[in-house]
Write a protein that binds this ligand. Structure first.
Ligand SMILES: C[S@@+](CC[C@H](N)C(=O)[O-])C[C@H]1O[C@@H](n2cnc3c(N)ncnc32)[C@H](O)[C@@H]1O
Length: 333
């Protein structure tokens, strides 16, 4: 048989031993779940998860350039910049192919590109100057830098990420964006109470997750690493991180838990686990007027969650927003 020719009946092998049949089944399994998560028909879920998403731009006030000077500089691109009316100093980018903003805005740290959904967790955290704040899963630093910007670099920020290999990038972003940190560490979030001393006024857990919100079903590689085993593995890790971080939160302090994934096992179920094991943790509403924010689920499969979970929210995917999940909790004072 000629090299590269396929034997009759043989499945087309993929790296890692996964077959295209397996890939199709995986895609279908994901699609069925996505449709159930958003309570829509599968065709609608497929369209929702097959969008090319546009990025957004966040002005960084820590770079020493005034907002008015920055706005004057980006004014020539005015038509391609749509102000994000629920996040100060941010614009959705609607640039034409080949069109770009000047490089120096990014190399000087005046501007940072993020998906607009990433603005929601930092805004929900509502950090204040003078507070002690822990960002448990910080790399590459998008949300840490947003927290620093929101506090005018006047908070004591502890940026942690368990993967030492991701620390150079985290440090690079923090330095580029002029972020002042109290400490940058590489501790496992699930044991953070053994490594850091509390209490913290606010804690962000932008958790390691299956990243389903970033999937684009038009691209076959999108589900390359996805499996239910991974969903369950991460949900276990997330529960442990929530429990450990809560021990470091001061009474009256705020914890925001976010993921960029759809799976209820990693979202509502993780928060529900915390609520049932830490009765002093209570959900609070998220008062952000972002489009596509919908209440989190109170049921999934055979499981019912605490009714207060409707205060947590999901972002329904759209042109500028990736699907994500955000919950804001307060420790009873
Ligand atoms: C969604 S990303 C965080 C993105 C980041 N918050 C931002 O806005 O740029 C999740 C991060 O969790 C880190 N991580 C994975 N396992 C972890 C653990 N056990 N404890 C703490 N961080 C972990 C990963 O290295 C990854 O950088």
């Amino acid at each position: 048989m000629a090299r590269g020719a396929k034997r009759k009946g043989a499945s087309s092998a993929r790296p890692g031993g996964r077959s295209s049949g397996g890939a199709n089944a995986r895609r279908q399994q994901f699609l069925t779940r996505a449709a159930r998560v958003f309570d829509v028909p599968e065709g609608v879920a497929e369209a929702l998860m097959s969008q090319g998403r546009r990025q957004s731009l966040r002005f960084n006030p820590l770079a020493g350039v005034s907002r008015s000077d920055f706005e004057a500089e980006i004014a020539p691109w005015g038509e391609a910049l749509i102000p994000v009316d629920w996040c100060e100093g941010a614009w959705h980018l609607d640039l034409a192919p080949g069109e770009a903003l000047p490089d120096h805005l990014f190399s000087s740290g005046q501007a940072f590109i993020q998906n607009a959904s990433s603005f929601v967790p930092a805004l929900a955290l509502d950090p204040k100057p003078g507070e002690r704040i822990l960002d448990l899963c910080a790399a590459p630093g998008g949300k840490t830098s947003h927290i620093a910007a929101l506090t005018g670099n006047e908070a004591e920020i502890w940026a942690n990420d368990a993967l030492p290999a991701r620390l150079p990038k985290l440090n690079e972003v923090l330095s580029l964006l002029h972020v002042r940190t109290a400490s940058v560490t590489a501790h496992p979030g699930q044991f953070i109470d053994r490594f850091l001393d509390g209490p913290f006024d606010r804690i962000l857990i932008d958790a390691q997750c299956t990243g389903e919100g970033m999937f684009d079903l038009r691209r076959p590689v999108t589900l390359r690493y996805w499996s239910m085993e991974r969903v369950i593995e991460y949900s276990r890790l997330q529960r442990k991180m929530l429990m450990a971080a809560t021990k470091l939160l001061k009474p009256g302090g705020v914890l925001v838990y976010s993921t960029c994934t759809l799976s209820p096992e990693e979202n509502e179920a993780s928060v529900n686990h915390l609520l049932s094991h830490a009765p002093d943790m209570l959900l609070e509403p998220i008062e952000i007027a972002a489009p596509g924010l919908i209440p989190a689920r109170t049921r999934w499969d055979k499981e019912s969650f605490d009714p207060s979970l409707t205060m947590a929210c999901r972002v329904s995917p759209s042109r500028f927003m990736e699907a994500c999940f955000v919950a804001r909790l307060r420790k009873d004072a």
